[in-house]
Design a protein around this ligand. Structure first.
Ligand code: PEP
Length: 242
């Protein structure tokens, strides 16, 4: 399976940040290796500009969220169709920051994932437990419920990102055994060829170890995706597709 290394820039990045993407491409020395997929999800303001600028490069551009409807009276929202029109290929849905900050339910995330598929985008559907839920021994149950509630009816072209909430932006990472257990569990709930990404404090120093765990088919990277010098070694740490 071709690994996917996705950068989530969150609410970071101005037009000048294009230099980081140029620096990343520069490190590829002409062409990104074709045995891995590289994705950058900048803020919505930068999607179209990046997609146009890098249309000939071996990196793809994605959104960080989309509305479930294609258009209408939803001030401030962006639809999946708009992202696709802007040149995006993927969209993250159900990130824990959106579930927390915007009260997004599993049903809302499912509707967004279905909207993404309708628009021809691949949704990256995020799931993950909180620290209290893990401490209480409920991590598998929580993720199981999120998958049941958030996955679209058609699951042919989706990506799942397992992101323990307590590992995001904290420098904390589950043990390799806990990552393996969760990814193996998610694998039993989805297609054999659905990519399952790990996300949560992936850094150049731990990427190789995490990306070599069975059923970890890539990474969703927040903070360390903002600088080419950090993101490049993470991209290259993924074992390539056979
Ligand atoms: C994320 O925002 O999806 C994420 C994993 O962040 P970080 O890599 O900074 O923990």
């Amino acid at each position: 399976m071709k690994p996917l290394i996705a950068g989530n820039w969150k609410m970071n990045g101005l037009t000048a940040s294009i230099t980081e993407v140029e620096a990343l491409i520069g490190k590829f020395d002409g062409a990104a290796p074709d045995d891995r997929d590289v994705l950058i999800c900048p803020p919505a303001t930068l999607v179209a500009g990046f997609a146009v600028q890098f249309s000939d490069e071996a990196i793809q551009i994605g959104g960080q969220d989309c509305h479930a409807e294609s258009g209408g009276a939803h001030t401030g929202d962006v639809s999946a169709e708009m992202l696709a029109d802007a040149g995006a290929a993927f969209v993250i849905v159900g990130h824990s920051e959106r579930r927390a900050d915007h009260g997004e339910s599993d049903a809302a995330v499912k509707a967004k994932a279905e909207a993404a598929l309708r628009a021809g985008l691949t949704p990256i559907i995020c799931v993950g437990e909180t620290e209290n839920q893990r401490t209480a021994g409920k991590a598998l149950d929580i993720v199981s419920g999120q998958l049941e509630g958030s996955l679209p009816e058609t699951t042919d072209d989706i990506v799942i990102a397992y992101e323990p909430v307590w590992a995001i932006g904290t420098g904390l990472v589950p043990t390799n055994g806990d990552i393996a257990e969760m990814h193996n569990f998610i694998r039993t709930k989805t297609h054999f060829d659905t990519r399952i990404l790990y996300g949560g404090s992936v850094k150049p120093g731990n990427a190789k170890e995490i990306l070599s765990i069975a059923n970890v088919n890539g990474a969703l990277v927040g903070g360390a995706s903002l600088k080419a010098e950090d993101f490049y070694p993470i991209v290259m740490a993924a074992p390539g597709a056979d």
